[in-house]
Design a binder for this molecule. Structure first.
Ligand code: C2E
Ligand code: CA
Ligand code: CA
Length: 595
């Protein structure tokens, strides 16, 4: 039902018009009332002539006195009350223009501020007759606007921490850099040390919790002009406007101090640290850098901070960019080196202590670089891991080492071949397939292969390691835990790992003979632990006859080290073996002078 006018003169006005204009006005009334949107008929002065039922209902729902205007009320006064800004002016002036016939229709959106959250309306109006009456409809578009705003917000924010995400951070940094007459702009790049360990050992939910706690701590340490955002993973970026290098370093220290308090994770207090890189675009630079440049520089500085040992702050300098370019170049060279057969394997013999015979070798990779000479693995394995080259590299090592083992087997040399596998390769999931393929290609019995994975790998990915170890052992391949005693693997994990051999790290063996009691206790404990888990032990880095005797006394089954032999090219191995047995073994074990 249409609301009838309450003031005595107006209803008669309307009725008069209705009778004068006959069925036309009746039709207008009926149409208005049928409209689902709140709709009003206004005269040229903005007075409400008719209001449909939807209008009355909307006013009740919104429950706002400012927009409660009925028949005979002043629509323009109401428009002024909802907002006293441009929107009101625009509504009024465009409706007046419409009424005067200066425009054919009005279509605009406006919002009404409200304590229960603002509402948005789409206003559409058209002229009814030459007297300047207009029909105005108001469609509530609040839900649509909210959905649009939410999705626009979500596209620019990280769902976990609600901080600006990578794309939005770059927008904000670029905006700060392009501000006319801007001061210095600094970007801090922060990365949590050992975040992966938290995630792996305590689970992803705890990892997420850490990131949320950290976001809150960082937010609490910024000035109002700074913006904290999350790039992804455990990488956070702070944009500091009007902040020069010194100010930025002070800020970086403040962020670092936010790690002094332990984090409460999974009910346990856990101490963490962060590495921070700082890059500044000074205020008077003629060539404005882009956000991507500044963030990359801060990232390089963070990388250098991490490389220098954790929990550090490093300010970007141009030489870092050169070093990064050199690394990228070196990685490109390494990619080619794998195909161009520039890699070589050296083999280090392994002794079986009960008989003194050499029963195996460990394959150790080197890079025969055209300019640098023989490059040791420590200088390029980490690079290979970072540049996704480790799987192709390991496949090359497996193929070459197993082919070599097959050649030796045909010469009557029965040696178990040890091959090192990196943690990164373990997570690619191709390891078992790669091993099976190389064995098939070399036509070598699986018992001839020993796969070595470091203790830290096993500790980082205990479930993955256990699963893949089990599959390798089903194939018939033996598995060892390398560098044992150098990391922090828990005994609990060790019990669940299906490995057959424990390689005791060089650091435990080194100098064991001179610090006899302590070191021997440690080695004896490791040997005993291995035995309890069904594993045999190998002492690495045996450099003296004394150490060799000691590790044998302590129950190690195998030994490896410079005292027995250094790693050597393949063609030297048969000669060394011939020389070693039977005299070498006795010489190494018993006849060398002690000390
Ligand atoms: P690792 O697996 O622990 O290998 C033993 C390292 O100790 C070798 O160094 C070996 O030359 C050295 N070594 C052996 N005996 C002694 C000794 O008595 N005293 C001392 N001071 N050192 C000794 P290398 O060849 O430089 O290899 C270093 C590391 O590089 C290896 O440690 C291994 O982690 C990695 N690596 C080598 N080859 C490969 C490979 O093909 N793939 C992967 N993923 N890593 C490899
Ligand atoms: Ca090894
Ligand atoms: Ca080792």
């Amino acid at each position: 039902m249409l609301r009838r006018p309450t003031r005595p003169e107006l209803p008669s006005d309307v009725r008069r018009r209705a009778s004068a204009e006959g069925s036309h006005a009746v039709l207008v009334e009926a149409v208005l009332d049928a409209l689902p949107s709140p709709t009003l008929l206004l005269d040229a002065a903005g007075t409400v002539l008719l209001a449909n039922s939807a209008w009355a209902t909307a006013a009740e729902v919104v429950d706002d006195d400012r927009i409660r205007v009925g028949i005979g009320g002043d629509y323009y006064a109401m428009a002024r009350r909802i907002r006293d800004d441009v929107a009101s002016q625009e509504i009024i002036s465009s409706l007046q223009d419409l009424s005067r016939g200066e425009r054919s229709m009005v279509s605009l959106d406006f919002s009404v501020a409200h304590p229960h959250g603002g509402r948005w309306y789409h206003l559409q109006a058209s002229r009814v007759d030459r007297a300047g009456q207009v029909v105005v409809t108001h469609t509530d578009i609040t839900d649509r606007v909210r959905a649009e705003r939410t999705s626009a917000w979500q596209a620019r924010h990280d769902h976990l921490t609600e901080l600006p995400n990578r794309a939005h951070l770059h927008e904000l940094i670029d905006a700060a850099l392009q501000l006319p007459g801007r001061g210095a702009v600094t970007v801090l790049f922060l990365d949590v040390d050992g975040f992966k360990d938290v995630n792996d050992s305590l689970g992803h939910d705890v990892g997420d919790d850490l990131l949320r706690q950290l976001a809150a701590r960082l937010g609490g340490r910024t000035r109002s002009d700074d913006t904290v955002g999350r790039l992804g993973g455990d990488e956070f970026v702070v944009l500091c406007r009007g902040c020069d290098k010194d100010g930025a370093e002070a800020l970086a220290e403040r962020f670092q101090s936010s790690f002094e308090e332990p984090f409460l994770l999974g009910g346990r207090p856990i101490r963490l640290s962060a590495s921070i890189g700082v890059a500044t675009a000074s205020g008077n630079r003629p060539d404005n850098p882009r956000s991507t440049d500044l963030v990359r520089d801060a990232d390089l500085a963070m990388y250098a901070a991490k490389a220098a040992g954790r929990n550090r702050i490093r300010v970007f300098t141009p030489d870092l960019r050169m070093a990064a370019q050199r690394r990228a170049l070196f990685a490109a060279e390494l990619r080619e080196a794998i195909d161009a057969d520039q890699l070589v394997l050296h083999y280090q013999p392994v002794l079986y202590l009960p008989t003194g015979e050499a029963t195996g070798v460990e394959a150790l990779v080197r890079w025969q670089h055209p300019e640098r000479g023989l490059v040791p693995p420590a200088e390029f394995i980490p690079l290979a891991e970072q540049h996704e080259l480790i799987a192709p590299l390991t496949r090359w090592v497996l193929r070459t080492a197993l082919r070599q083992a097959a050649v030796w087997e045909r010469q009557g040399l029965d040696l178990v071949m040890g091959v090192n596998v990196s943690a990164v390769h373990l997570s690619t999931g191709t390891l078992v397939g790669d091993v099976a393929e190389a064995l098939a290609e070399a036509q070598l019995a699986p018992e001839r292969l020993l796969v070595e994975l470091t203790e830290s790998t096993v500790a980082q990915e205990p479930e993955l390691a256990a699963a893949q170890f089990a599959r390798l052992r089903v194939l018939g391949v033996e598995v060892s835990i390398d560098d044992f005693g150098s990391g922090f693997s828990s005994l609990g994990q060790l019990v669940n790992i299906p490995a057959g051999l424990l390689k005791i790290d060089r650091s435990l063996v080194a100098g064991a003979a001179s610090r006899r009691s302590q070191a021997s206790a440690a080695i004896a404990a490791v040997v005993g632990l291995g035995r309890a888990c069904g594993m045999r032990s190998l002492a690495e880095g045996v450099e003296t006859a004394d150490e060799l005797r000691l590790v044998e006394d302590l129950g190690c089954t195998f030994a490896q080290g410079y005292h027995i032999a250094r790693p050597m090219p393949a063609d030297e191995v048969p000669g060394w073996l011939a020389m070693w047995e039977p005299h070498g073994a006795r010489r190494a074990l018993a006849l060398q002078p002690v000390g």
